[in-house]
Ligand binder design. Structure first.
Ligand SMILES: CC(C)(COP(=O)(O)OP(=O)(O)OC[C@H]1O[C@@H](n2cnc3c(N)ncnc32)[C@H](O)[C@@H]1OP(=O)(O)O)[C@@H](O)C(=O)NCCC(=O)NCCS
Length: 165
């Protein structure tokens, strides 16, 4: 699909007044039951060790990424959401590159995430960025759809795998 929204000029830190637009984007990106409730999204955005980056185009939020830091210096991408009209313009890649760069700066040596086994777009996106499937979690979504866990090495040795932007 061709992007109907210009590539945003700005990727910035989350601010509290972004919450409602972010929740609406998440509703647009995932089906009911997989999309977050307001309470769930607020919980993940509020994680003390994590961060949320927002992509803005002409004053409108068009995408975001929520990241946490787990044990053993591993980053955890909770979700990355780009509005349908803004996809395939490199925005998701820019958000992920910014998130990975931040994790490296925080001392993380790797990053992991989960995605539904039937989310072909996300799998293609992550593989293009150098992520590899490490295992499957049965019935993770809606108690019926398996999740794939993917990881990426963020160390200098691993950083030449996959495009950075
Ligand atoms: C996955 C997602 C974040 C990708 O965002 P995006 O801004 O479209 O990604 P980019 O434009 O940076 O794509 C980079 C590359 O990833 C791959 N890719 C992205 N979307 C793809 C698709 N629908 N089909 C095949 N490959 C795809 C392509 O290789 C693409 O490069 P190209 O456009 O030059 O071919 C977006 O589709 C999305 O928000 N989906 C809904 C939410 C979701 O599933 N999030 C991930 C699971 S948590």
């Amino acid at each position: 699909m061709l992007a109907a929204i210009a590539v945003p000029a700005l990727i910035r830190e989350y601010r509290p007044d972004d919450f409602e637009p972010l929740w609406r984007i998440d509703q647009a990106c995932f089906t009911r039951g997989i999309s977050y409730t307001r309470r769930e999204l607020a919980f993940y955005i509020g994680q003390k060790r994590g961060f949320t980056l927002v992509a803005q185009s002409d004053g409108t939020i068009v995408g975001f990424v929520v990241v946490d830091r787990g044990r053993q210096s591993q980053g955890h991408v909770i979700t990355i959401d780009v509005l349908p009209a803004a996809r395939r313009s490199g925005l998701g890649s820019r958000l992920m590159a910014a998130a990975e760069e931040r994790l490296r700066a925080l001392g993380c040596s790797g990053v992991f995430l989960e995605t539904a086994v039937d989310n072909a777009a996300a799998l293609a996106f992550y593989k293009r960025r150098g992520y590899a499937v490490v295992h499957t979690i049965p019935r993770y979504y809606l108690d019926s759809i398996d999740a794939l866990v993917l990881t990426k090495d963020l160390t200098p040795q691993g950083s030449d795998v996959g495009p950075e932007a």
